[in-house]
Ligand binder design. Structure first.
Ligand SMILES: O=C(O)CCC(=O)C(=O)O
Length: 286
């Protein structure tokens, strides 16, 4: 359980880091399965429905960027997304009724890894209310040199920034718009088994991995059951099948949240990496 001061910190700052949520045994199992996806990536030359590879990926030096929808790829990730200790924490932050939204497993291999530009998840999937957050589980220790997630404290109560460029949704915000806040950015480092939590409107980003250890970040997004997506419209049955605690509702809760639509998309974009390739303002070297 989170202490009261941790809950208050999250409400004020829009993020948290909690050590030791997952055990060494859970991490061993998660990493063993994850190794099999890295091995599998050696056989492909372009991204497919499961694996997203970087342009410089080769069989000899695999540059896997992401395992897509990990909870659908292996039950070990599904189990992690429903971990009882995690659910208790989520209920403290989101209320009693929780729906799993989506997941991804992002890598930053040794010697680089994709830079993620500043953005708000909310810009990708606005809902009727913003009781939504993302949990990041570090499968390996993640220090400053490994490209940890970075957040701008308190940005979850500010505006939803423009994530468009040339009239297209590029999934990144030009940092010129919030340059004064960049010095406040906090890197969320942590030992393997730690989790990061960021509110759906918190500005976040990450740089490349300059260390000698791979960064593996398993990301799960969750929502209060009564947060209804404005875009795209979900399949009601599939939507409700992802409820982890509580019951379906026909009454989405609406709050006064700022909204921008992630439309139109970049042509043929399949991930944030493709979206952000078209971005204008760059916070980090491309
Ligand atoms: O992998 C990262 O460092 C951040 C990823 C992220 O923010 C995203 O995929 O939306």
């Amino acid at each position: 359980m989170l202490r009261e001061d941790q809950v208050a910190f999250y409400r004020d700052n829009g993020y948290l880091v909690i050590p030791d949520v997952f055990s060494a045994e859970q991490l061993t199992d998660l990493n063993a399965v994850t190794d099999t996806f890295v091995e599998r990536s050696r056989d492909i030359v372009e991204s497919d429905t499961v694996l997203d590879i970087a342009p410089d990926h080769t069989a000899e030096v695999p540059k896997l960027r992401r395992v897509k929808d990990p909870t659908r790829q292996h039950e070990i990730y599904d189990r992690a997304s429903r971990d009882p200790a995690l659910l208790v924490i989520l209920q403290q932050l989101l209320g009693p009724s929780i729906r799993f939204d989506h997941g991804k497993l992002n890598f930053k291999p040794v010697g680089g890894g994709a830079t993620i530009e500043w953005h708000q998840d909310w810009a990708f999937y606005p809902h009727t209310n913003d009781d939504m957050l993302a949990v990041g589980l570090y499968l390996e220790d993640c220090g400053l040199e490994n490209g940890p997630l970075q957040v701008i404290p308190g940005s979850h109560t500010g505006p939803v920034h423009d994530h468009h460029h040339n009239g297209v949704f590029v999934g990144a915000s030009d940092p010129v718009a919030f340059q004064d806040r960049l010095p406040d950015a906090v890197p969320l480092t942590g030992k393997a088994g730690s989790i990061t939590i960021h509110h759906v409107r918190t500005m976040h980003a990450s740089t490349e991995n300059t260390g000698d250890r791979e960064r593996r970040l398993l990301l799960f997004s969750y929502a209060a059951v009564d947060a209804w997506p404005l875009y795209p419209q979900p399949d009601f049955e599939e939507f409700n099948s992802r409820i982890l605690t509580g019951s379906p509702t026909f009454e989405p809760r609406q709050t006064a949240v700022p909204i921008r639509l992630p439309l139109p998309p970049v042509e043929n974009a399949d991930s944030i990496y493709d979206d952000q390739a078209a971005v204008l303002g760059r916070s980090f070297a491309a």
